[in-house]
Design a protein around this ligand. Structure first.
Ligand SMILES: Cc1cc2nc3c(=O)[nH]c(=O)nc-3n(C[C@H](O)[C@H](O)[C@H](O)COP(=O)(O)OP(=O)(O)OC[C@H]3O[C@@H](n4cnc5c(N)ncnc54)[C@H](O)[C@@H]3O)c2cc1C
Length: 407
């Protein structure tokens, strides 16, 4: 992996070892089967909750592990090295659902919602994308109208990670539609998990203390190219009554909350993409050291070594960029550009390295016998979710031009 001790302390090394051991022992044996069956990893979710992986960067008073953002990124990276459906479970939950409540919630909201999330009692999600608004998130149509001391929410979200299995959601809605992005508010919504039987069996994923809000329902699981064991659905809101105490942050101030959440989430996706790329590189090194053609290991062909070297360079650069962005955010320094750079580079690295790993496995790379085809399918979403590569370039260029006083 190379010496990155400048970035890491013994706690980071400790969490890396712990998550790596767990992923190899508990995830590697079942990852292909869960992907094939498109089955949510309930049993491993419960184990991950027990290990504290759903609250790595949050204080112990909220049931978190009391570590930092870099530790959280390393946990995601190590899970993704073995299986991306498991790592997105931790990544989306931590950076998209728990983090905005941690950063913007009142003391009462943190106690009610952050504690069950950070302790891994229930899963959380983030509802920004709608059928008609993805990259242009401010063009959302979901509306919330004031009625006494409550809000009435109507609309729809799509592509929501943990849409079915989750119980706590941070959702955006227009509260002053005439003001566009300046008229969006963030709300905390709750419902029961879609699979109470599995939650009861595994003792994970449900809290009796959370209200199931009438009118808040979910669609069928969306079928996907990758992340097949991750639960992705539509959320539907029909006259959902939300008490005023579930407004997150100030009214009409939701968009900055979502942008800040995405800055952090992009570091999470970068860590996730980095892990996928590292996993594919490990597989490529292993396979090319075993497979023989023309009377020698294919690893001994210079053309193959050059390919491995190029993969290693990209993975190393992605790791440095990701850890650097994580450090900036955890130290409270500006990090918007660095988060987008890390996300853009790491996701393109994941796509390139997994594609090359498939190539280096020849026909076996194309078969489901080896994990590299799953890694290649799982890598693609990292170039799309939490802002496509094109959106990252827009952010990076805007920040660059701002630094030069040109916008
Ligand atoms: C598996 C999965 C899980 C997801 N989980 C969540 C979640 O938990 N919560 C959530 O809110 N969302 C989630 N998403 C949604 C995801 O964030 C969006 O898909 C993404 O932001 C892109 O939006 P879109 O799909 O509407 O694409 P569009 O915005 O329609 O983009 C289509 C194409 O147009 C390009 N494009 C758009 N605007 C520009 C521009 N200005 N300049 C150049 N090119 C442009 C895009 O880059 C892209 O190539 C998830 C998506 C998937 C697939």
């Amino acid at each position: 992996m190379g010496d990155l001790s400048l970035f890491l302390d013994e706690h980071h090394e400790m969490i890396r070892d712990m998550v790596r051991d767990f992923a190899e022992a508990e995830i590697a044996p079942v990852a292909a089967e869960l992907d094939e069956a498109e089955a949510f990893p309930w049993a491993n979710g419960a184990r991950m909750a027990h290990l504290g992986l759903f609250g790595v960067p949050f204080e112990e008073e909220y049931g978190g592990a009391g570590m930092d953002l870099l530790a959280a990124a390393i946990a995601v990276e190590e899970l993704a090295r073995v299986d991306a459906s498991h790592s997105i479970m931790v990544g989306a939950h931590t950076s998209l659902a728990a983090t905005p409540i941690h950063r913007w919630g009142t003391a009462a909201q943190k106690e009610r919602f952050l504690t069950p999330l950070a302790s891994g009692q229930v899963l959380g999600g983030f509802g920004l994308t709608e059928p008609g608004s993805g990259s242009d998130a401010a063009a959302m149509r979901t509306v919330a109208e004031k009625s006494g001391n409550r809000w009435i929410l109507n609309g729809q979200k799509t592509w929501i990670t943990h849409g079915g299995v989750g119980e706590i959601f941070v959702v955006g809605a227009l509260t002053s539609p005439e003001r566009g992005a300046r008229g969006i508010t963030a709300f905390i919504l709750t419902k029961e998990t879609c699979d109470p039987a599995a939650a009861a069996e595994h003792g994970f994923g449900h809290s009796d203390d959370l209200v199931s809000m009438p009118g808040f329902s979910v669609g069928q699981k969306l079928r996907k190219l990758g992340w097949n064991a991750s639960d992705t659905r539509e959320l539907v809101f029909e006259d959902v009554e939300i008490p005023a105490e579930n407004v997150l942050g100030e009214m009409d101030h939701g968009f900055p909350i979502f942008l800040d959440t995405l800055d952090g989430g992009r570091i999470g996706i970068a860590a996730h993409a980095l892990g996928i790329a590292q996993g594919a590189l490990d597989e490529a090194v292993r396979y090319t050291g075993e497979r023989e053609q023309f009377g020698q290991k294919i690893q001994d062909f210079q053309g193959v070594r050059f390919m491995l070297a190029e993969m290693q360079v990209r993975v190393h650069a992605a790791r440095v960029m990701t850890y650097h962005a994580a450090r900036l955010r955890m130290e409270g320094k500006p990090h918007k550009k660095e988060a987008s750079i890390a996300k853009l580079f790491a996701s393109e690295t994941a796509m390139e390295v997994t594609t090359r790993a498939v190539q280096l496995h020849g026909g076996y790379g194309y078969s489901r016998e080896y994990p590299v085809e799953r890694m290649m399918r799982d890598a693609k979403i990292t170039e799309i979710g939490e802002g496509t590569s094109e959106i990252q370039k827009i952010v990076i260029a805007r920040e660059l031009l701002k630094e030069h006083g040109q916008v």
